[in-house]
Design a binder for this molecule. Structure first.
Ligand code: NAD
Ligand code: TYD
Length: 380
């Protein structure tokens, strides 16, 4: 079959990646989508069962650090687009093992960039019709101050802005022109990879685009991250380890809304631009955790709030960033994107999904996972 385009999506077996792969495979039967993933602890092909037999989908198990394999794959498959999500993504792991983060996030991105540059440069049409899209995080900007602990009215709203909870915890937001100030080994490695991507545009003319997104939530997130971990713990009445005082603020975006933004930017974003993607949806951890407890309890038929006593304050994360809040006005104004889902709807869907998919949860939380958690929390 002749495809109009061939796109590699790296990290397609991970949390955000599987939603992006699913969207592209279903929406663009005329594209060949190659999911390139090493299948680390965070990658799971069970996340893609519903599309694995589609004629325009192919899975390749490979490490993004393996330059030779990537370069050959690009030549063999005539790849004209890369959407790069593969990364080590968990801050707590980066604090324990920074080397793996530098290796995957920096060297892996560099090897993809070099493979794309060498292959596309060798073609008669060179960069024409090509695109290297790098997915990054808002954490590269560092932390914002939490100047308004009770919350203020934010200067923007969207159709999906929650009526009950539409607050900002400070008057400053992350915009695309901010200086990078990463604090964790994770965000330092992501920042470094972003710099390499821009350097490949500025030095060689590689057609790149970078986006920096806020915290995602939704189905298929590995349960080391706050939302799936806590939903599972509430279900099994296990303690909820809240770092510090639970006052840290994150800006939450439903993962399918991120995937929609990626689709739009891949096709319509301007070369060499950066776009911030956010939920316009700030929550203090402790408030969010209370919503999770109430939702799980209600859906399981327990008296609402019955599990509040699971909240357990533990030693704070080292270098814990206080507040993240994205201003995605540029993306809204230039390309017309905004979140589609109100947070209350998104959380309800998410909690339901984890409660309905206990088998998925059991599969990903067996073996090595248990040991990781025992090591992680034994001193708390
Ligand atoms: P994830 O940890 O769930 O998935 C990462 C995927 O990458 C896994 O499938 C894993 O097997 C694969 N991978 C890891 N190392 C690899 C390697 N060396 N070669 C090939 N594949 C490898 O991550 P996620 O939460 O889906 O995040 C995806 C991307 O989005 C990351 O780049 C992350 O920095 C970024 N991001 C995430 C969030 C979030 O809230 N999760 C927010 C903003 C940006
Ligand atoms: P996380 O999901 O790890 O995302 P990130 O650190 O990339 O923002 O954490 C979200 C917030 O929840 C963050 O402020 C740390 C906090 N947190 C806890 O309080 N307890 C936990 O067990 C975890 C995993 C996170």
């Amino acid at each position: 079959m002749n495809f109009k385009r061939t796109i590699i999506i790296t990290g397609g077996a991970g949390f955000i990646g599987n939603h992006v792969v699913r969207l592209f495979v279903n929406k663009y039967p005329e594209y060949k989508i190659i999911n390139l993933d090493k299948l680390t602890y965070a990658g799971n092909l069970a996340n893609l069962k519903d599309i694995e037999d589609k004629p325009n989908y192919k899975f390749v198990k490979a490490d993004i650090c393996d330059f030779e394999t990537i370069y050959k794959l690009m030549q063999d498959e005539h790849v004209d687009g890369i959407i790069h999500l593969a990364a080590e993504s968990h801050v707590d792991r980066s604090i324990k093992d920074p080397f793996t983060f530098a290796q995957t996030n920096v060297m892996g991105t560099l090897s993809l960039l070099q493979a794309a540059k060498l292959y596309w440069e060798s073609l008669p049409e060179k960069w024409e019709g090509k695109r290297f899209y790098h997915i990054s995080t808002d954490e590269v900007y560092g932390a914002l101050e939490l100047t308004d602990p009770e919350g203020i009215m934010p200067p923007f709203s969207t159709k999906a802005s929650s009526s009950k909870h539409h607050l900002a915890y400070g008057s400053k937001f992350f915009t695309e022109d901010l200086k990078y100030q990463p604090h964790s080994p994770y965000s330092a490695a992501k920042a470094s990879s972003d710099h390499f991507v821009r350097a490949f545009h500025d030095t060689y003319g590689l057609p790149t685009v970078v986006t920096n997104c806020s915290n995602n939530y939704g189905p298929y997130q590995f349960p080391e991250k706050l939302i799936p971990l806590f939903i599972n713990n509430i279900r099994h009445r296990k303690p909820l380890p809240v770092y510090g005082k639970g006052e840290n603020v994150r800006d939450w975006l439903y993962v399918e809304d991120h995937a929609r933004a990626i689709d739009l930017i891949f096709h319509e974003g301007k070369i060499a631009e950066t776009y911030n993607i956010g939920g316009f949806n700030e929550w203090k951890n402790i408030d969010l955790i209370k919503v999770l407890i109430n939702t799980v309890d209600r859906l399981l038929g327990r008296p609402e709030g019955a599990d509040m006593d699971l909240i357990t304050y533990v030693t704070d994360r080292a270098g814990h960033d206080l507040r993240y809040a994205i201003d995605s006005t540029k993306l809204q104004k230039e390309l017309g994107w905004e979140p589609s889902l109100q947070f209350e709807e998104g959380i309800e869907k998410t909690v339901r999904w984890y409660l309905d998919n206990q088998e998925w949860m059991d599969n990903v939380t067996s073996g090595d996972y248990q040991k990781y958690y025992d090591d992680m929390y034994k001193n708390r």
